[in-house]
Design a protein. Structure first.
Length: 831
């Protein structure tokens, strides 16, 4: 029996030796070819450079598996070293070697470093493995188990954030391309640290951590783990549909009332969450003298309620850190996407920092879009791409400098404004409006320019510059709303506007103008139009205008305007005869040039307060015409009723001639002050007679006109007028009102004229009367030829009694010279 046992041991030993020798021989036989195949397969899958000090095939130490051992292995890319390990073993089944079809199923590594780095382009340096649907090699990779022994690992983002870890032994198991992952870790054989200062190093009290992830379900268990003197045991499970449970047991003690950061987190992140929310969560907590929290939330989908509105996240990574020492909550965002009200949004990264009563927020790589409802009273299609920064404190909300582009189409506001298309670029507090098409009740406007808002949303100081254009604009729509309380004080408008504008057609009340151009400046409740030019009533209106918006909502208007070639009939009609009833549009015609300076006040409804009008200027009317002017009718009636003038002036012809009075040019100055229009003496050369006129006209229609004309012109009504500079003149004064004018001979004007005339012509009088023997000159007389037969005929019709009653006027002396003529003399002082 003993001998049999010895023989059995001997043959077993020989078998082992034979097997070992066979395996050694096989390894030597297959080593060179297999190493080539593994290297070839690795090169087909790797995009980085692999440097290996030595490669050999091991068929003995991992029996019944085999392994290709890579010693002194380095993997590098163009920017950094990915790994540097003393040994990497790629394991496979020994049977695969005999079948000449190798499948690598396990990877183990020891003694070295693994450094994961995010490159400047955002990619990770470990993204070096590419899948191949087909391979020319007999070696394939289906790794289901990974082991690390004494490996130091680090992770660093392109922003400088980092995480380091050290493992004595780490085992990962996965199935079906790691759709099921199991992790085993000895609690006393690892430690972590990161860029936020969080440091975890378990005390050497033992303990294990076990995690299993399968089909979006997570199970975990930890026993006997001590972190910074705080012993924690936990058991839990979660599924990523939002259902999860966990049991944390703390020893040495940590209770919830010590977590003073929780109320701050509740204020920062709404606590109501939809039950179907899906997210991954990891957290690091350290507790020495103060609690430090670092939490990563990977949102697959979730929703938080804020007031009556839900914030829905479709994806995103949030990192939350808290320091009890500073009472600061810091939330970082990466690759966020979601919806709030009607806004769809996504962002590359961002952050919220909460310190006491101050909140700072910023986002980069933001994309915001909406299709219909933008806000409560704002609808349309809007998209924004760029960055956003906000600061909220007790002083209000403030927008920080950011850059981005806003585009919108078919936007409609609650006030009825419509914006068909707009493109706005935001940069450092400036909005560059590249194009916009705005429709309001008054018309359609296109604006391009720059809007500076001063980085403050609640109290922005807007400055708008650029160019404004419109095909047609109706200013009546802007002033149609009547003020319910004209005495109420208005809030100051904190806006500055400086624009060049072009309005092809503009309407205000009955006035219509075209080709309106100019420059407008609006600042501190003042609006100034400079160098404006408009085509109006067959002429041109230009100059400067200023509007001053007063606290009681009234408006002060001042200007210096120029009228060139204006159709005076249309002008009077459009401006409703300028509020007076004397000289209406139906009475006057011609073309007018004028230069007018004025100021006045308008009511809150933009109606002229006529008594405040103060104006002066020069007016020139060419090819003028007065048709059926009522004042001329009153003049003819007054002459007809006067015994003096009716005796020798053909009133019927005068009345007919005054129906249409034409004149070539009329120029004069005028002034309006305290409701009174005054104009100095001017001469009018017309087809009826040449007259001089001056006077005043109150806006209450009280008049005081002075006029005079040559008696010779009156005697020659209907005949061609000759230019006369001397002769008898009739001086009249018209007072009263435009409805009831009163006519009278202006004796003071006649005496003044006589006095001035005698002084000017004293030399001429001496020459005329040098040969007269009578020292007392005769009073001037007017000789009128009257047909004697007509006089006789009229005399014969009178009875003897009537002839006796007939008396000669005191101012009339008749001397018979011939039977057919009578000389009538008029005393000069009556003219």
């Amino acid at each position: 029996m003993l001998r049999l046992l010895k023989n059995l041991v001997f043959w077993l030993l020989m078998l082992c030796i034979t097997a070992l020798c066979s395996l050694w021989l096989l390894s030597k036989y297959y080593e060179q070819d297999l190493v080539k195949e593994v290297t070839k397969a690795a090169n087909e899958h790797l995009t980085a450079v692999v440097e290996v000090g030595n490669v050999n095939l091991d068929l003995i130490r991992r029996f019944p598996n085999a392994a290709v051992s890579l010693k002194d292995c380095r993997l590098t890319d163009s920017e950094s070293e990915i790994l540097n390990l003393e040994v990497i073993n790629l394991e496979f089944s020994l049977l695969d070697l005999l079948q000449k079809k190798i499948t690598i199923s396990k990877l183990s590594a020891q003694n070295g470093n693994l450094d994961v780095v995010q490159q400047s382009n955002g990619k990770w340096n470990v993204e070096v493995w590419k899948s191949q649907n087909s391979s020319s090699s007999n070696v394939t990779f289906d790794i289901r188990e990974i082991e690390f022994f004494d490996v130091k690992s680090s992770l660093k983002t392109k922003d400088g954030d980092f995480l380091t870890a050290e493992f004595k032994n780490l085992e990962l198991r996965g199935e079906n391309q790691f759709k099921k992952l199991v992790l085993f870790l000895d609690a006393d054989q690892f430690k972590f640290s990161n860029s936020n200062g969080v440091f975890l190093e378990p005390s050497k009290v033992g303990g294990q951590l076990w995690l299993e992830i399968e089909n979006n379900n997570l199970k975990w268990k930890s026993d006997g783990i001590s972190v910074n003197g705080l012993e924690i045991s936990t058991l839990g499970n979660a599924d990523f549909s939002g259902n999860w449970s966990a049991n944390f047991i703390t020893i040495n003690p940590l209770v919830l009332d010590q977590l003073s950061f929780l109320p701050i987190i509740y204020k920062t992140i709404p606590t109501e969450v939809k039950p179907d929310s899906k997210f991954k969560l990891s957290a690091n907590i350290s507790a020495k003298e103060n609690i430090e929290l670092d939490l990563d939330l990977n949102v697959l989908s979730g929703a938080w309620k804020s007031g009556d509105d839900w914030l829905t996240l479709k994806k995103g990574v949030l990192n939350v850190s808290y320091s009890e020492l500073t009472e600061e909550v810091y939330v970082k965002f990466q690759e966020g996407a979601g919806r709030y009200k009607s806004f769809d949004f996504k962002t590359e990264k961002g952050a919220i920092r909460v310190v006491e009563n101050r909140t700072n927020l910023w986002f980069d790589g933001v994309e915001i879009t909406t299709q219909k409802q933008i806000w409560d009273e704002l609808q349309g299609q809007v998209s924004y791409v760029g960055s956003i920064g906000l600061t909220h404190s007790s002083n209000g909300l403030r927008i920080n400098a950011g850059e981005g582009v806003l585009t919108g189409k078919n936007i409609q506001t609650g006030a009825g404004w419509k914006i068909e298309d707009v493109r706005v670029k935001n940069s450092d507090g400036n909005l560059q409006v590249q194009s916009s098409n705005i429709k309001i009740d008054a018309g359609e406007v296109n604006y391009s320019g720059t809007i500076f808002y001063g980085n403050d949303l609640l109290n922005p100081k807007l400055k708008i510059t650029g160019y404004l254009a419109s095909e047609e604009f109706d200013f009546n729509q802007l002033t149609s709303q009547k003020s319910s309380d004209p005495t109420a004080e208005s809030e100051p408008i904190n806006v500055e506007v400086e624009l060049d504008y072009y309005i092809k057609k503009a309407n205000y009340q009955k006035i219509s103008s075209s080709e309106n151009i100019g420059h407008v400046v609006w600042s501190e409740n003042e609006m100034h139009f400079s160098g404006f030019n408009s085509q109006l009533n067959d002429g041109v209106l230009g100059g400067d205008l200023s509007f001053f918006f007063l606290p009681n909502k009234s408006v002060k208007l001042s200007g210096d305007v120029l009228l060139d070639g204006m159709n005076i009939k249309t002008l009077f009609a459009d401006f409703e005869n300028f509020g007076q009833q004397t000289l209406k549009s139906e009475y006057i015609a011609g073309n007018m040039d004028a230069n007018i300076k004025f100021s006045c006040f308008l009511t809150p409804n933009w109606e002229l307060q006529s008594q405040t009008l103060d104006a002066s200027g020069n007016v020139l009317i060419a090819n003028g015409e007065l048709v059926e002017f009522p004042l001329f009718d009153d003049l003819a009636a007054a002459i007809k009723g006067n015994l003096l003038t009716n005796t020798f002036i053909n009133v019927k012809k005068m009345s007919q001639a005054l129906k249409t009075v034409r004149f070539d040019n009329l120029g004069n100055e005028f002034s309006i002050r305290n409701g009174n229009i005054t104009f100095p003496k001017m001469s009018i050369a017309s087809n009826v007679f040449n007259l001089n006129i001056s006077g005043s006209h109150k806006l209450t229609n009280q008049i005081d006109y002075k006029l005079d004309f040559l008696l010779a012109d009156a005697l020659n009504i209907g005949k061609t007028n000759e230019e006369r500079e001397s002769g008898k003149r009739i001086f009249l004064r018209i007072t009263g009102t435009t409805e009831n004018p009163e006519f009278a001979i202006d004796k003071e004007a006649a005496k003044e004229y006589k006095k001035n005339k005698q002084g000017q012509d004293v030399g001429l009088f001496k020459e005329i009367f040098a040969n007269e023997t009578n020292t007392q000159p005769e009073k001037p007389r007017v000789l009128i030829q009257i047909d004697s037969s007509t006089t006789q005929e009229n005399s014969e019709k009178l009875s003897p009694q009537d002839k006796k009653k007939q008396k000669k006027p005191s101012w009339l002396r008749i001397e018979k010279e011939e039977k057919s003529k009578v000389e009538i003399s008029f005393e000069e002082e009556d003219f």
